[in-house]
Every structure is written in structure tokens, then in C-alpha cells.
Design a protein around this ligand. Structure first.
Ligand code: 9L3
Ligand code: MG
Length: 150
């Protein structure tokens, strides 16, 4: 009886902890150069594989959003970025909320490479609406078009 209660309690604590981890913020990067934004093709999970996203990922413990953007761009693109703004629209994802920051490449830094994606492409304002974005990122198509327009 006691054992069953304890294991039920442990399960409740575990699922609360999982919910907290899952609810941690996710950031995405609108990396802009020459009036184009970098789109990256996801490889996982199967439901998102082949679709395009603004690169990014989960904010880790003790990180600011900007720290997370810089780290994720290093990990996923092998590049150095400078965060310079933020889009007004937050994205809804299963895990919670995803905030989109704008950034540019650091002067003289390496070219972005697809270290964790199956492809990269620079997309102009005219091309943004036609990209096969992951569902969450479709919500910022209008913001991206505004960002890239002269
Ligand atoms: N996600 C959606 N759009 C994005 C990014 C960077 C992330 N532009 C979603 C996909 C995952 C979750 O956020 O469900 C965590 O992202 P990742 O760590 O798998 O990149
Ligand atoms: Mg990621």
C-alpha cells in the first residue's frame, strides 16, 4: 500500500517536472542578410522532417533568450550571430511558446552550414510565403515579409 502510494507520488512529481521542462521557452532565429532570411530544413521528428524552420531550440537553465540564440546558431549552423531585435508575434508550439529573435552574422564570421539540418536556403520577402514552413513558423510569415521589405 505504502509502496504503491510512494510510486504514485513519484510519478506525479516526475510528470510535474517533465511539464516544467517541456514548458521552458524555445527561441528561433530570423537570421537576415542582404534582405533575405535563412530557412533551415528539419530532419526530425518525422512529422516535421522536410519542413523549413527558423533555426533555434530550447532555452537552457540560466540562459537569456539571446544566449540561447547565439548557442543554437553555433550548434546548428556553426556560425556566430549578433541578436539585434525580436519579432512581435510569439509562436505556439506543443511545448509552449517560441519567441523569434532577429539576428545578423558577425563580421568576418563563418558561413552558416547545415550541421543539424538537411538543407539551408536564403529566402527573400517574395519567397517567404511560398516556403513549406513548419506549422508554428507559418504564423510569422507576415512579420518576416515586413522585416525583409526595404
Ligand atoms: N520549433 C518550431 N519552430 C522552430 C524551432 C526552432 C523549434 N523554428 C519546435 C520544434 C520542437 C521544439 O520547438 O518541437 C524544440 O525545438 P528543437 O530543439 O527540436 O529545435
Ligand atoms: Mg533546433
Amino acid at each position: 500500500q505504502v509502496r504503491r502510494l510512494l510510486s504514485a507520488r513519484a510519478a506525479a512529481v516526475t510528470s510535474a517536472a517533465e511539464a516544467l521542462v517541456a514548458a521552458r521557452a524555445v527561441v528561433a532565429t530570423a537570421l537576415v542578410r542582404d534582405r533575405s532570411v535563412l530557412a533551415a530544413q528539419r530532419t526530425r521528428p518525422p512529422a516535421l522532417a522536410g519542413l523549413w524552420e527558423l533555426p533555434g531550440g530550447r532555452v537552457e537553465e540560466g540562459e537569456s533568450d539571446a544566449d540561447a540564440v547565439v548557442r543554437e546558431c553555433r550548434e546548428e549552423l556553426g556560425t556566430e550571430v549578433v541578436v539585434d531585435g525580436r519579432l512581435a508575434t510569439d509562436l505556439r508550439i506543443d511545448a509552449g511558446v517560441l519567441r523569434v529573435h532577429t539576428a545578423h552574422l558577425a563580421d568576418g564570421g563563418p558561413e552558416p552550414r547545415a550541421l543539424e539540418h538537411s538543407g539551408l536556403r536564403w529566402v527573400t520577402a517574395a519567397e517567404v510565403p511560398g516556403v513549406d514552413w513548419v506549422p508554428a513558423d507559418r504564423a510569422v510569415v507576415a512579420d518576416l515579409v515586413d522585416l525583409l521589405r526595404p
